[in-house]
Design a protein around this ligand. Structure first.
Ligand code: AMP
Ligand code: ZN
Length: 469
């Protein structure tokens, strides 16, 4: 299997440290607001990666943090505290906010068939671990105390900008936005490991430490939570592309300084979901959530399907029109699977099974090419193999794709015509008339409208059959 590694900027064979096992770390959400569907694009694609690694027989242990302290509104050390801002907005305590949005996050993940990682750690439960690592960095000469805070000294590293895509100028962003530069820092790139001098006197969450009462910086949490649960050698670390700098760059700096050797071999970055006006972002305030999709009548799995139609290393533009197209395609796909699920007859055709399985593995093993894997699904449907063969393959592919393909097809087979909404029935009648008038182009157009509403219409010897998809 090959994966693109942001460290080397190329596709590489994926070889875990320990044969048969994979240690995987994912940056979790900052729980001061609902996750938007951009955040969830990252989690969907990481979920696919995890599922595919398991599919190939690897034993994956996946760990994720929950950022409930320390993340400021800039990804550097400037701006307000995101958690505190959320608490003020909703007149709640920081911990109430964290609990509420952590639950909301996992509920959204469940709707999108995103598996919960094996270990989930809220940053506030690991304070002792952060202090231990920061103390060690100080003893090793990688950290210094200045103006009440502890900073990581990036000048001690030969190569701080490990990903090679970023430079000193990227650090100026916060300053350009009118945020004061931090004079305590010896070097521009240095970052806070522990704060005691906060600009926020009302910071609710503070802990005792060797440097005084304070709270951790954002970056240290991921290094510590990963090392504590996955050991000194991490196979693969995931996150959205915006996390590569400074967050992941800082994670690497402090983990390798602490361990004295290289830490993580593969970096998997998911590119952004954009709207027509730019990156979807929580801090901009206006963003789309899973609940909003549901309110507008979209099954959350339509959004998962929409994400799978494009490669994770390309930015993806969200529009309602694009989502509608995904909905129509998905519903048509389910409509094609329905008769196979209704009658999975015949023997398994081993040669055809192996051929189609191989093409799925070729797609997914080529840097998680999900769009190609969906093409493989259509190849199964087009194949001359028995229904039993097709259904077995669809079931296997769906272990990775997570689209509930067979369940939805079965539901569509068992739905009752009396439940069909009037709007759909009206279209069915119009379609009958179009067919009678031999206007097949119109009939097909109406069928697409019916499909978009989540119904499938089929002509059988017994008459017109209408099923929910
Ligand atoms: P946050 O909750 O802000 O810490 O972000 C959670 C995850 O979502 C991180 O891995 C981010 O890199 C990722 N992310 C943020 N915005 C987007 C976006 N528009 N598209 C895809 N991923 C994103
Ligand atoms: Zn992280």
């Amino acid at each position: 299997m090959q994966i693109y590694n942001s460290l080397s900027h190329k596709k590489e064979d994926f070889i875990p440290h320990e044969a048969g096992k994979v240690s995987m770390y994912t940056c979790g959400p900052t729980v001061y607001h609902y996750a938007h569907i951009g955040n969830l694009r990252s989690y969907i694609m990481e979920d696919i990666l995890e599922k595919y690694l398991r599919f190939t027989g690897l034993d994956v242990k996946r760990v994720m943090n929950i950022t409930d302290v320390g993340h400021l509104t800039s990804d550097g050390d400037t701006g307000d505290d995101k958690m505190l801002k959320g608490a003020k907005r909703e007149h709640k305590t920081v911990m109430e906010i964290a609990k509420f949005y952590t639950d909301a996050f996992f509920s959204d993940c469940a709707k999108l068939n995103i598996k919960t990682p094996d270990v989930v750690v809220p940053a506030t439960t690991y304070i002792d671990e952060f202090i231990k690592v920061i103390k060690s960095l100080e003893e090793k000469g990688y950290a210094y105390f200045a103006g009440g805070n502890v900073y990581f000294d990036t000048s001690k590293l030969d190569n701080y900008y490990v990903f090679g895509d970023f430079n000193e100028e990227d650090l100026e962003v916060g300053v350009r936005e009118g945020v004061e530069a931090d004079d305590n820092k010896r070097n521009k790139a240095d970052f806070a490991l522990w704060f005691t001098k906060s600009k926020f006197d009302d910071q609710e969450l503070k802990w005792d430490s060797p440097w005084g009462v304070g709270y951790p910086g954002w970056h240290i949490e991921c290094s510590c939570i990963s090392m504590k649960n996955l050991g000194e050698y991490l196979d693969i670390h995931c996150g959205g592309i915006d996390n590569a700098f400074p967050h992941h760059t800082n994670e690497i700096a402090q983990s390798e300084a602490y361990l004295g050797h290289s830490w993580c071999n593969y970096w998997f970055h998911v590119h952004h979901l954009n709207t027509t006006s730019g990156k979807m972002s929580k801090s901009k305030g206006e963003f789309l959530t899973v609940s909003l999709l549901e309110e507008k009548g979209y099954d959350p799995l339509i959004y998962r399907f929409f994400c799978l139609q494009s490669h994770y290393r390309k930015s993806l533009v969200f529009s309602w029109e694009n989502l509608d197209n995904a909905k129509t395609t998905f519903n048509k796909l389910i409509a094609k699977i329905a008769p196979i699920a209704a009658e999975p007859s015949g023997d398994i055709d081993k040669a055809e099974y192996d051929r189609l399985m191989q093409s799925f593995n070729d797609a997914m093993g080529n840097d998680i090419n999900t769009a190609q894997s969906i093409t493989c699904l259509y190849d199964v449907l087009k194949s001359k193999a028995s229904n039993a063969t097709k259904l077995a393959l669809i079931g296997e592919f769906d272990k990775v794709l997570g689209l509930d393909l067979i369940k939805k097809a079965q539901e569509s087979n068992s739905s009752d015509e009396s439940d069909v909404p009037a709007e759909v029935m009206e279209l069915v009648e119009k379609r009958k008339e179009a067919r009678k008038a031999k206007d097949f182009a119109l009939a097909d157009q109406i069928r697409d409208q019916i499909t978009a509403l989540g119904y499938e219409v089929r002509e059988t010897r017994q008459g017109t059959e209408i099923n929910k998809i």
